[in-house]
Write a new protein. Structure first.
Length: 84
């Protein structure tokens, strides 16, 4: 490394910059594997509000779950409706 490149800074190659960014994204995604999205409680409240317009329903009868399996994300909504 020359003194001039040290003082002026050496430009990184595009491939190395892209590699660093990809590593950052992968690290971020792996750290979020066990967390659920922030919108789930709001989604559950909205479902209760909409269904309450049409059917008398207990808010505890709606369950919203989010699961990740490898590259697959599953949003599961279980609604227990009262008997007619």
């Amino acid at each position: 490394m020359s003194l001039l490149s040290f003082l002026l800074g050496e430009k990184k190659k595009t491939a190395s910059v892209a590699k660093e960014r990809l590593q950052f994204i992968l690290t971020h995604e792996r750290s979020d594997r066990n967390t659920q999205p922030d919108y789930l409680p709001a989604l559950q409240r909205d479902l209760v509000a909409v269904l309450s317009k049409y059917v008398k329903i207990n808010p505890d009868d709606i369950k919203v779950n989010f699961e990740r399996h490898d590259n697959l994300e599953v949003l599961e909504v279980k609604i227990e409706l009262p008997d007619a």
